[in-house]
Design a protein around this ligand. Structure first.
Ligand SMILES: [Zn+2]
Length: 246
């Protein structure tokens, strides 16, 4: 009778220890992904922002180029007119016509000066705009290659761990179903509050979690294995592994 109870309790403790080892393995898998999922997400956001800036600089570039083209065309047509007016000026016969021509010539000369200045101004703006555009294109290219690298690292990591993770999760579900609810709740409480370590070995004479030396009474309780034994200092569930059992 006593022996049967002991066996049953040992089974329970063993299941808890297996659950702990399963959870630790799942934890290690999650940790092995490191900050890759975060990095990939961050890079994607940064690239989106830079790409929308690039689109803006590209549209400014187009506007500036069109304005420069218009300005240059205006200078060109004004120069052709100036030549024509100057030629006509030599041939006019009355004052009224002459004055009208002089007025046209003045207007066209001012236009040439103004438009040349404007076009010079716009060209300077275009240079600055192109520099901004270039630096962003470079930045986005760098970030894209970094993203590619991180993504492939993450994919590789996921590929490596996917199967193991799946198996561990399936094992965990089966295991939890076999553990008494109150014991599972106790496990969860300790697991969540004690750095995800709820079940620890005690065969070295101390708690495997907080390393507090266990009093001999605790050790004999553990050896009796007829109840769940917890560390007095950290409340972790202790199990006694018999060394050199084989
Ligand atoms: Zn402890």
């Amino acid at each position: 009778m006593q022996e049967k109870m002991q066996e049953k309790m040992q089974e329970k403790i063993k299941k808890l220890a297996t659950l702990q080892s399963t959870d630790s393995k799942l934890n290690a898998i999650e940790k092995s992904k490191g900050n890759l999922p975060y990095l990939v997400n961050e890079l994607e956001n940064e690239i989106n922002i830079i790409n929308s800036e690039i689109a803006e600089f590209e549209s400014v570039k187009e506007t500036l180029e069109n304005e420069i083209k218009e300005s240059k065309a205006l200078v060109e047509s004004s120069r052709i007119l100036l030549e024509k007016y100057k030629h006509q000026r030599n041939m006019v016969t009355n004052n009224k016509e002459y004055e009208a021509l002089i007025k046209e010539i003045d207007f066209r000369e001012i236009t040439v000066i103004e438009e040349e200045e404007k076009s010079k101004d716009l060209s300077e703006k275009l240079i600055v705009n192109n520099e901004e555009l270039d630096s962003r294109r470079k930045a986005v290219a760098e970030k894209n290659s970094m993203l590619e690298e991180k993504r492939s690292q993450l994919d590789q990591k996921l590929e490596e761990t996917q199967e193991e993770e799946k198996q561990l999760k399936e094992k965990r579900i089966i295991l939890v179903a076999k553990i008494d609810k109150h014991l599972y709740n106790l496990y969860r409480r300790i697991y969540d509050s004690k750095e995800q370590v709820a079940v620890v070995p005690a065969n070295e004479g101390h708690c495997g979690g907080c390393f507090t030396i266990l009093p001999s009474q605790k050790l004999s309780e553990l050896k009796r294995a007829d109840s769940i034994v917890q560390c007095d200092a950290c409340s972790r569930i202790l199990f006694y592994e018999i060394k050199d059992a084989e």
